[in-house]
Design a protein around this ligand. Structure first.
Ligand SMILES: Cc1cc2nc3c(=O)[nH]c(=O)nc-3n(C[C@H](O)[C@H](O)[C@H](O)COP(=O)(O)OP(=O)(O)OC[C@H]3O[C@@H](n4cnc5c(N)ncnc54)[C@H](O)[C@@H]3O)c2cc1C
Length: 374
């Protein structure tokens, strides 16, 4: 295990105390959209959506490893709540990695300083794992562009101020035809779908977004024309170990719940923890959890050190997500009927785990990336 620096220890203490103050709001009244907006604002006020944005732009300017350690801690303390802010991190990374004009700088600084909320609009009915099948069309329109198409599922769709939208100018060109744009969510022709009725990923709101003859200025283009696919891949590669850190946080929370339960619940005159059939399973799960933590930390350290990280990032996401699914599944089994009759935290983590499988690429997509690097 890595030794934390004094600064990292302080950062994690602050994250825990932030979570203690914020958790009660999560249970509060209000519809899904209001709750997501409040939660995002709370995270943004504390700067957790802008940890990686450089200080000159108003962010915290942290390294990747410290960011991952914080996201693990926040996900342990408030499972499932991080994915709105994590989307903002992905968007900020995408803007930060592109060659920037003054609009890009302004949006990056609004994200960092004013808590501007963003959404990432990529997935479509025909384009899931296969991004090159994007059908949202973009046409040049004088000095600007016009967008038409529908994105199936976008985290923050109902609360975002700005979207990053992927569209193609020439579907026959595949990846080379894909561009990404910063789109003001209040522009005429931007229609947000009804929030999907998922109580999983607590505090996140998601749904479809349709762009109908949306006219945007030329400076909204991110990066050079035709560069969006590579820009997106770089963003994903850097984002995957952060999603993995969040999986590790949720998995460690689930493991805590399980350990507490098996130590207090007795059957056949003994605590569940005294049965080797249970304790050996827990030993294996704790080992997997420790390995998941090392994998995500290794990938993030490699990013910080300028070493190749594509394969390590996918390994981290693949293994952390599988570990989370396994631990949460075991939690449902070992809590027995209590997983639904008592506060349903383990059930929520179980649902989160199933959904996290698709975020930033499915398990098979991670395997495709890993295999391509062998
Ligand atoms: C909770 C949640 C939040 C999301 N948020 C966003 C968001 O904010 N913005 C956004 O744009 N998208 C978002 N997505 C969409 C996500 O990126 C996609 O679900 C993901 O890319 C997979 O696409 P798909 O669901 O269409 O599955 P498909 O691509 O149809 O894949 C279905 C299954 O087939 C497998 N498969 C596909 N191709 C291959 C292959 N070549 N070899 C082997 N197996 C293969 C996949 O691994 C998967 O198991 C979100 C999804 C979820 C669940």
């Amino acid at each position: 295990m890595i030794d934390l620096t004094e600064e990292q220890t302080n950062l994690l203490d602050s994250a825990r105390s932030f979570a203690r103050k914020t958790t009660p709001d999560l249970e509060g009244a209000g519809d899904m959209v209001a709750r997501a907006r409040n939660l995002f604002a709370a995270y943004a006020r504390a700067g957790y959506h802008a940890l990686l944005i450089e200080k000159q732009a108003g962010g915290r300017g942290l390294d990747y490893l410290s960011t991952g350690l914080i996201y693990e801690t926040l996900s342990h303390e408030m499972p499932g709540t991080l994915h709105g802010p994590l989307t903002a991190v992905h968007c900020a990374e995408m803007i930060g990695n592109a060659s920037r004009n003054s609009l890009h700088e302004q949006i990056l600084s609004s994200i960092a300083k004013e808590g501007l909320c963003t959404g990432f609009c990529l997935t479509e009915a025909s384009a899931g794992s296969d991004i090159s099948a994007i059908a949202t069309l973009v046409h040049k329109n004088g000095t600007g562009f016009t967008l038409n198409g529908t994105k199936s599922i976008v985290i923050n769709h109902a609360i975002a101020d700005t979207f990053i939208v992927f569209a193609t100018s020439s579907p026959e060109k595949g990846r080379a035809g894909i561009n990404a744009f910063l789109v003001d969510a209040t522009l005429p022709g931007v229609h947000r779908g009804k929030p999907l009725g998922v109580e999983r990923l607590r505090g996140s709101v998601m749904g479809s977004v349709t762009f109908e003859d949306v006219r945007i200025p030329g400076e909204c283009l991110l990066g050079e024309e035709g560069s969006a696919y590579l820009l997106f891949m770089e963003t994903l590669d850097k984002g995957r170990p952060l999603v993995a850190s969040s999986c590790v946080g949720e998995a460690s929370r689930a493991l805590d719940l399980i350990v507490d339960h098996v130590k207090s619940r007795s059957q056949f005159g003994k605590t569940l923890s005294s049965f080797q059939g249970v304790s050996f399973e827990l030993a294996e799960l704790s080992t997997r959890l420790a390995a998941s933590r090392l994998l995500y930390q290794d990938a993030l350290m490699r990013i910080d050190q300028g070493l190749p990280f594509t394969m390590e990032s996918s390994m981290a996401k693949l293994f952390a997500c599988e570990t989370l699914c396994t631990i949460a599944g075991f939690g449902i089994e070992i809590l027995g009927h209590r997983s639904i009759t008592e506060p349903d935290e383990i059930l929520r983590i179980f649902y989160d785990a199933q959904l996290l499988k698709s975020i930033d690429g499915t398990a098979n997509v991670q395997k495709m990336v890993i295999a391509s690097q062998l």
